[in-house]
Design a protein around this ligand. Structure first.
Ligand code: PNS
Length: 163
């Protein structure tokens, strides 16, 4: 079985993430989606909620396994026999940090990182921008799967009501 991992915070999953996961799913037998348990970041959705949304929106690809992880990504890979990390590159600005992580991960474990150029449609897209725009009432429905958009709008309303 040829395996790869798509890691990230996925808070929440966007159409940009889905594009990368779908393309990875065509290249590998099994694609693991590793949802990082943020130690410092305040997240909009719990890890369980993020996993449920990823499972629901990637089910149609048929070869996706979604799990959380809290340690080093290379340990996640080693434990599951995964030789490759797939990362989407949106713009040159992503490259600096991604290169550092790729070199560190390779040095630590020999795990390779493969960069996939993001579709131009999503080159500006990030979960944090989506949350910011939605928080101010902007329309982000074209950037998220329908179920994710619905949950995001609900969550923002819940937070506002609790203020
Ligand atoms: O969606 P994000 O927040 O940009 O994802 C970053 C992520 C989760 C892929 C990266 O922070 C990561 O791999 N973290 C796991 C901990 C780890 O292995 N750190 C060392 C990286 S060289």
């Amino acid at each position: 079985m040829r395996r790869a991992v798509c890691p990230g915070s996925f808070d929440p999953i966007t159409n940009g993430h889905l594009d990368i996961i779908e393309r990875a799913s065509k290249l590998y037998d099994v694609v693991h989606v590793a949802v990082a348990v943020n130690r410092s970041k305040q997240s909009m959705f719990s890890v369980e909620e993020r996993i449920a949304l990823i499972e629901e929106t990637t089910a149609r690809y048929g070869n996706i396994e979604v799990e959380s992880h809290s340690g080093l990504l290379v340990d996640f890979c080693r434990e599951r026999g995964i030789p490759a990390i797939i990362k989407g590159l949106r713009a040159v600005s992503d490259f600096d940090y991604e290169l550092q992580m790729a070199q560190m991960n390779h040095g630590l474990s020999g795990v390779e990182t493969l960069f996939v150029p993001t579709s131009p449609t999503y080159s500006f897209l990030s979960s944090s921008l989506v949350k910011e725009v939605a928080g101010y009432g902007g329309d982000v429905s074209h950037l998220l799967p329908e179920v994710v958009h619905r949950r995001l709008v609900e969550r923002i309303a819940e937070r506002r009501a609790a203020e």
